[in-house]
Design a protein around this ligand. Structure first.
Ligand SMILES: [Zn+2]
Length: 82
């Protein structure tokens, strides 16, 4: 298990989890599953190790066939914050 240190935002404990990572790349949303990342148990902030981020970058540049493709519905928010 990699060391992530304490949460940058709240100082909480960060534990490693394998979660999907969503990335916009060439105007499309890409999802890479089972990415190791640190997740703060208090605020949920996610921390990516620099070498993991680098691996995701090179993966996207050399990507082959995806495991699966899913359609993502996109809506426009019509309410207001008031
Ligand atoms: Zn936190």
């Amino acid at each position: 298990m990699a060391e992530y240190g304490d949460c940058f935002y709240c100082g909480g404990k960060v534990t490693e989890k394998y979660l999907p990572r969503e990335i916009w790349w060439e105007d499309r949303l890409h999802i890479i599953e089972n990415v190791p990342m640190g997740v703060c148990v208090q605020c949920g902030e996610k921390v990516l190790k620099p070498n993991v981020a680098k691996q995701i970058d090179s993966f996207l540049m050399n990507k082959g066939m995806p495991m699966k493709t899913m359609n993502v519905p996109v809506y426009e928010f019509e309410g207001s914050a008031a």
